[in-house]
Write a protein that binds this ligand. Structure first.
Ligand code: CP
Length: 327
């Protein structure tokens, strides 16, 4: 069991292993089968920044494998707010847990925490830097969604839209896509919120084609995957500053129908900002079959179950510890 801190630690082989274990998690996630393979194990679920999907799916993934969860929610509930270091926090909490999932508002904070931890640490998002488990579930989703139509990741075209500067999910996903061949990227953002140069350099070094623009319409017609993001207002110095960019790019049914291919898959890491001034992904697409956002979130549970099983070395014992399903 080692830490999961960055997508840079994955290669195609390790990704395929994670995806194949994730597929095997499906009956347990659907409650068709039950396993106690992690009976007696404890997850330290430490979220120092708001989260719905990542926090709850880490916790539920661990529960579904038979383990228990100890949680800290919010900085104010932790002695970090009294000046305690990440290192000391890690030393103490890692004696209580078998594995730790953590989110924190500062870049590289999870790495710093991992240095003090005696158990594996999984990065659930470190500020604007990375969100590796999201990238895995995004890639897993892309593979499944395109696979239905006999398409694949090699040779695909992805359009990423919105706050590409502070959106950590697009940083992690872009680097993960560097493991594949001939991916075309269209990066659509306000100039001030462009993809960081070091991520663009990685994409170009992988031999991928990159188009950078600040216009949505007219730049979507090639996309197999349309990956939308929210303006990450919590990373801006003020609400007013974030408001300059909210609502700049909006996808709704009419824009989708007019500007995208009929099989373009719509993704978003969520949360989408549904307030009127933002609304980057309109509810009028909710029933559209190409809207993959909730399948994407569902895949997150499978991926996180797989990561726990692999990190704790129990992926071969799921069946051995099966028990009756009863409520
Ligand atoms: N996608 C994602 O990380 O969602 P949460 O912030 O709700 O965890």
């Amino acid at each position: 069991g080692s830490h999961i801190l960055s997508v840079n630690q994955f290669d195609l082989d390790s990704i395929h292993t994670i995806f194949s274990v994730a597929e095997r998690m499906t009956p347990y996630a659907l409650r068709e089968k039950r396993t106690r393979v992690l009976d007696g194990a404890i997850l330290g679920n430490l979220f120092f920044e708001p989260s719905t999907r990542t926090r709850v799916s880490f916790g539920c993934a661990f529960n579904l494998l038979g383990g228990r969860v100890a949680e800290t929610v919010g900085m104010a509930a932790s002695s970090l707010s009294k000046g305690e270091s990440l290192y000391d926090t890690a030393r103490v909490l890692s004696t209580y847990s078998d594995v730790i999932a953590m989110r924190h508002p500062d870049a590289y904070s999870v790495r710093e925490f991992a240095e003090g931890s005696r158990v594996p640490v999984i990065n659930g998002g470190d500020g604007p830097n990375e969100h590796p488990t999201q990238a895995l579930l995004d890639l897993f989703t892309i593979q499944k969604e395109l696979g239905h139509a006999g398409r694949g990741i090699d040779g695909m075209h992805i359009a990423m839209v919105g706050d590409l500067k502070f959106g950590r999910t697009v940083h992690s996903l872009s680097r993960m896509l560097c493991l594949y061949k001939n991916v075309s990227f269209t990066l659509i953002s306000p100039k001030e919120l462009a993809m960081p140069d070091y991520v663009i350099a990685d994409i170009e070094n992988a031999g991928h084609k990159v188009t950078i623009t600040d216009q949505l319409e007219g730049n979507l017609d090639q996309a197999d995957i349309l990956y939308l993001t929210r303006i990450q207002e919590e990373r801006f110095p003020s609400q007013e500053e974030a408001n300059k960019y909210r609502g700049k790019f909006r996808l709704n049914r009419s824009i989708y129908t007019q500007h995208c291919k009929s099989n373009t898959v719509i993704m978003h890491p969520l949360p989408r900002d549904s307030r009127a001034q933002a609304n980057e992904l309109d509810n009028d697409l909710n029933s559209h079959p190409n809207l993959a956002i909730f399948r994407q979130a569902d895949n997150g549970l499978l991926i996180r179950m797989a990561l726990f099983a692999l990190t704790l070395g129990v992926d071969e014992q799921l069946e051995q510890y099966e028990c009756p399903v009863n409520w």
